[in-house]
Design a protein around this ligand. Structure first.
Ligand SMILES: C[S@@+](CC[C@H](N)C(=O)[O-])C[C@H]1O[C@@H](n2cnc3c(N)ncnc32)[C@H](O)[C@@H]1O
Length: 342
């Protein structure tokens, strides 16, 4: 493989991912964010012989890198250049379920951040694109040059938690067209009255626009719920997020799905009939060790949450193809305290 590219992205909390996924030989796994395939490769090694991995990756350039890296695993590894929002459709179409473990390592890779022409970073002058996939129609430049001032302010506030979002949006609209990273970074810096401290004033604005253009939070919530349904009894979900907006969604979805009733507090009787489908493995968030942070400073914001499926999947789409089988093995596995699908 192209070692110079793979070397640019260190898989975050690699040992923890393998440990919390409870990788077993011959297991069936999904990596929803294959990237440079560092985690995928480790999962395949740990599950060998007989392990299988289905990898999702929206960015075709990352798929090319990951494919090269996973070539030695032959047909045990399958990469699809799809958004993880299509997780359930892809797995059902390929009869790839129930699975033993699913990983999300969210956000973007160091490779993407270091690519000079994609617009992810204000370190390089480039067109304001920021799409993970070229199949998406809208770029960040399209948003900035076509949305109203209020819409832009709302994006920057909601996805960047930027208190000065209105001032920034006003400056963007007054200076349209805004087409490049340097133009945007300079506008934001001026709107905020220059630099203070180590963090560039445009950091939150860039994060907000990337999240918006890729619909990152909407796709995350959709895919998390699908993922929980694809797990077999005892299957594990591991999610690594890098900012509070992502982590809040992960926390809320996992907490909801680990509760037996979602009725409002104080309701005299339960009317929702919701049943917990998972248990939370870590109450306290898992973070990288100080050694990892000093080796790979980009890992410092990583937050890991882990859940385990405690009932058989109930989706009717799954049931026609394999639920009976899953239920049976789920019950048996439950009784024996093990996870067995084959
Ligand atoms: C932090 S990197 C993953 C790095 C990877 N774990 C590794 O070890 O190399 C996140 C990757 O997820 C991809 N990604 C982000 N959102 C996605 C989505 N909705 N669907 C598919 N891929 C996505 C990005 O393109 C990026 O390559």
């Amino acid at each position: 493989m192209n070692s110079s590219l793979s070397g640019l992205h260190n898989p975050v909390m690699l040992d923890e991912v393998i440990c919390y996924l409870r990788i077993q030989t011959g297991g069936r796994y999904v990596d929803c964010t294959a990237g440079a395939a560092g985690h995928s490769e480790a999962i395949l090694k740990a599950s060998s012989p007989g392990g299988q991995l289905l990898g999702f990756e929206a960015d075709p350039q990352a798929v090319a890198i990951a494919s090269q890296r996973l070539e030695p695993f032959g047909s045990a590894a399958l990469l699809v250049n799809r958004n993880f929002a299509s997780l359930e459709d892809e797995c059902l179409a390929r009869k790839y379920f129930p699975v033993h473990g699913i990983l999300f390592d969210l956000g973007l890779s160091s490779i993407q951040l270091g690519e000079t022409g994609r617009g992810f970073s204000f370190q390089f002058d480039a067109p304001l694109d920021m799409r993970f996939s070229p199949e998406q129609q809208m770029t960040v430049a399209d948003i900035l040059n076509s949305c109203t001032e209020t819409e832009i302010a709302n994006i920057i506030y909601k996805y960047g938690e930027e208190p000065a979002s209105r001032r920034i949006a006003r400056s963007i609209v007054a200076n349209r067209p805004v087409n490049t990273t340097f133009e945007l970074a300079a506008l934001v810096e001026k709107a905020l009255g220059g630099r203070r401290g180590r963090i560039h004033p445009a950091t939150r604005t860039f994060q907000a626009l990337r999240i918006a253009v890729n619909r990152e939070l909407e796709n995350l919530e959709t895919a998390l719920r699908q993922a929980l349904n694809l797990l077999g009894y005892g299957g594990r979900l591991v999610v690594i997020s890098y900012h509070s907006l992502e982590d809040r969604i992960v926390k809320r979805v996992l907490q909801e799905e680990s509760r037996d009733c979602l009725c409002l507090p104080g309701a005299p009787v339960c009317t929702c009939a919701h049943k917990a489908s998972i248990r939370l493995i870590n109450r306290k968030i898992i973070t990288p060790s100080p050694e990892e942070i000093s080796r790979n400073p980009r890992s410092r914001s990583a937050r890991m949450r882990v859940a385990e499926r405690v009932i058989a999947p109930s989706d009717t789409r799954l049931s026609s193809a394999g639920l009976f089988f899953i239920s049976l093995t789920g019950c048996l596995a439950g009784a024996a305290g093990v996870f067995s699908l084959n």
